[in-house]
Design a protein around this ligand. Structure first.
Ligand SMILES: [Zn+2]
Length: 436
């Protein structure tokens, strides 16, 4: 789905006029909501490199070594390296490493360093580690500083400010083009297309003068923009028809997009479990089987695809079977709520992330196309059942994703009203600007 959306975003509508887009920041908020910060890996509080730590270190060093500036080594972490292997390479004490990792609850985080990032090590002239610094992300820095025979390990973090940005634009070439010109990060443009993917075909339906208005989160640290978060509300006007969506998070912290009335924006199932595939055999209850050469109902759809092509589960659910069955070969069966189940057969391999009993989300990669079992070539055999009865996956009417539960509707309305009001306001402004 992502791929399809991405590609379709680049398709224009055949005219390339300069975009008109307006941009404003509204409604400052200063709370930090770590759950939403997809660009950062964790929340906590950590190092300002403007730093008391370094001063302490320098003072400490003078005490310990009497003189000589320690050597500063910057080491870029390579794939497969661990702190332990880096200590070996640099001939540093394993006992010190042990002290750092077990210094306190934070110490363990040094075992989760990621390749590509940089470690800073200060090593004195007798080869002893004096300080180790690891910048986890834009906001957090881990440090271990020698204190005679032990290490002081801490994590410091910059204060994160969240603002809500309101961006509007009128389409002249493509959503992607206009989105970029309006200053939206790629991630936000893709998210916008994904929210409306069930209602609008961004490859075929977009027309000149379609417009959009979105509210999304932007994050700042020390006044500098460090990332973007979720779209909170959006409107897309396609050929005169308005589509609106708002984000709502339930008490368990699950966020979904809904219409202003509280209906789900998505379908509970995507139609096709594989991209880059063609239908090699449709649903047919009177088919002659290509391998068995006798009439045998074909109770699913076959998608021919290259061996190893990823297979997506088509709806949220639970894997009730993952393993081998005679004709199916490697097969996965997923139960979706009470009435629906889907089946994926002839796989070359299963995803390592799931097994029988696992919960899966729509579009999770569950396995890979192959030809295990009774198959004449690599393909996915896909079945869709309602109350145990086989239905044609290509034509079956797909249910909508769940609406806001009646018990939460009042809370939903209260939470989303200000966002919808802001959308409306920005649309009026946009319309006024677009008047000749
Ligand atoms: Zn089949």
């Amino acid at each position: 789905m992502k791929n399809r959306i991405y590609k379709s975003l680049f398709l224009g509508i055949g005219s390339a006029v300069v975009a008109s887009a307006s941009y404003a920041l509204i409604a400052l908020q200063t709370e930090t909501n770590s759950a939403d910060i997809s660009v950062f890996t964790q929340n906590a509080t950590l190092i300002q490199p403007t730093n008391p730590i370094e001063k302490q270190l320098d003072a400490g060093l003078k005490k310990i070594t009497g003189s000589a500036e320690p050597a500063l080594i910057k080491h870029t972490i390579k794939r497969g390296e661990s702190l332990s292997s880096i200590f070996s390479t640099l001939d540093l004490s394993k006992a010190d490493l042990h002290k750092i990792i077990h210094a306190n609850a934070t110490g363990k985080q040094f075992t989760q360093i990621s390749f590509g990032k940089t470690l800073q090590l200060k090593i004195d002239n007798s080869g002893r580690l004096q300080q180790l610094i690891y910048k986890k992300n834009a906001l957090e820095t881990l440090s271990a500083t020698r204190e005679i025979d032990s290490f002081n390990v801490e994590i410091s973090s910059k204060q994160l400010d969240k603002q809500i940005a309101n961006v509007t634009g009128t389409i002249h070439s493509s959503l992607f083009q206009e989105g970029k010109e309006a200053g939206l990060p790629d991630k936000v443009i893709l998210q916008l297309a994904e929210i409306f993917a069930w209602d609008i075909d961004f490859a075929l339906d977009i027309k000149e003068n379609d417009s959009f208005s979105i509210l999304y989160e932007k994050f700042y640290a020390a006044g500098k923009e460090v990332g973007s978060g979720a779209i909170l509300a959006a409107e897309f006007i396609n050929q005169g028809t308005s589509y609106r969506a708002v984000r709502y998070q339930d008490k368990q912290g699950h966020a979904h997009y809904y219409t202003p009335e509280g209906n789900g924006m998505r379908k509970a199932f995507i139609r096709t479990p594989v991209d880059f595939a063609r239908i090699s055999s449709p649903f047919n209850l009177k088919r002659r089987h290509p391998v068995l050469n006798r009439i045998r109902a074909h109770k699913g759809v076959d998608y021919a695809a290259v061996r190893g092509t990823p297979i997506k589960c088509t709806g949220d659910g639970k894997i009730i079977f993952q393993g081998r069955q005679n004709g199916y070969g490697r097969v996965i069966i997923i139960q979706h709520g009470e009435h629906y189940s889907t089946l994926y057969a002839h796989l070359s391999a299963f995803s390592k992330n799931f097994k029988t009993g696992s919960t899966v989300k729509q579009s999770d990669i569950i396995g890979y196309v192959g030809q295990s079992g009774l198959a004449s070539g690599p393909h996915l055999h896909y079945e869709f059942r309602i109350d145990g009865e086989h239905r044609d996956p290509l034509t079956v009417k797909l249910p909508n994703s769940a609406p806001v539960s009646p018990a939460l509707l009042a809370d939903f309305k209260a939470a989303t009203r200000p966002l919808l009001a802001q959308l409306e306001l920005s649309n009026k402004t946009l319309l006024a600007q677009n008047q000749p």
